[in-house]
Design a protein around this ligand. Structure first.
Ligand code: SAM
Length: 211
């Protein structure tokens, strides 16, 4: 399998800087937690793929994660998450294990899309849910990140996608019953936002679909 190791190296070498971003941008962080919280099923067992330092898994009470960067994984473990050292494209997990799988701003780092979504499909129980949180390529923040990519160490190798592109790939992997939520419609307001249904207004979009 071809994996782009630069996508992991930057997180492995700058783990604390990545993690501290959430302290410095707490209103954005809180808005993002709120919208994901609304999408994830209650009292079900889930896993976050590309769990990073556990900044979302921890407050969302997700006990399992997958993370290829050792330093990111260790910090997530300190936050109480059980972390598999692995890639989203090749999960060391039995078929039909989890009720839901979450990916937060990780899709843009995957090396092999055609492989990753079927892998998630495989580890979900029947009627299990995939929940993806992305920076929409066609949003204000998506355009800003895309333009400033070369000078952003974390996002320089990222490939941003539109909500429609991700939806199409998920359909090809066997997912159905799509729902969308969005937040970060007002980037300069410095206030925690309530999420709204649909996509097209917010920079941070949550796509939910069923196996
Ligand atoms: C932008 S960070 C997001 C981390 C966490 N979800 C969050 O929102 O804080 C992207 C994460 O994806 C991980 N990653 C990169 N390539 C991956 C792959 N092929 N499979 C799974 N995770 C990957 C990186 O190591 C990094 O921790």
């Amino acid at each position: 399998m071809k994996i782009c190791s630069d996508n992991i190296k930057v997180f492995d070498q700058n783990t604390l800087e990545y993690d501290q971003w959430f302290e410095k941008h707490s209103t954005i962080y809180q808005s993002e937690i709120l919208v994901i919280q609304q999408a994830i099923p209650k009292n079900k067992t889930g896993i976050e793929i590309g769990v990073g330092t556990g900044r979302f898994a921890k407050p969302l009470n997700i006990k399992f994660g997958v993370e290829p960067s050792e330093n990111m994984a260790r910090l997530a473990e300190q936050r109480g998450i059980n972390v598999y050292r692995a890639y989203g494209e090749n999960l060391p997990i039995e078929n039909e294990t989890f009720d839901f799988a979450l990916m937060v701003t990780t899709v843009c780092f995957l090396s092999d899309f055609p492989k990753a979504f079927p892998e998630v499909h495989r580890i979900l129980k029947p009627q299990g849910e995939i929940i993806l949180a992305i920076i929409d390529k066609n949003s204000e923040l998506g355009r800003k990140y895309e333009t400033g990519k070369s000078s952003n160490k974390f996002y320089k190798d990222a490939h941003f996608h539109s909500t429609e592109e991700i939806t199409e790939l998920l359909k090809q992997s066997g997912f159905e019953k799509f729902e969308y939520l969005q937040t970060l419609t007002k980037l300069n307001k410095n206030e925690i936002e309530k999420s709204i249904k649909g996509y097209g207004q917010g920079s941070f979009v949550v796509i939910k679909a069923v196996k």
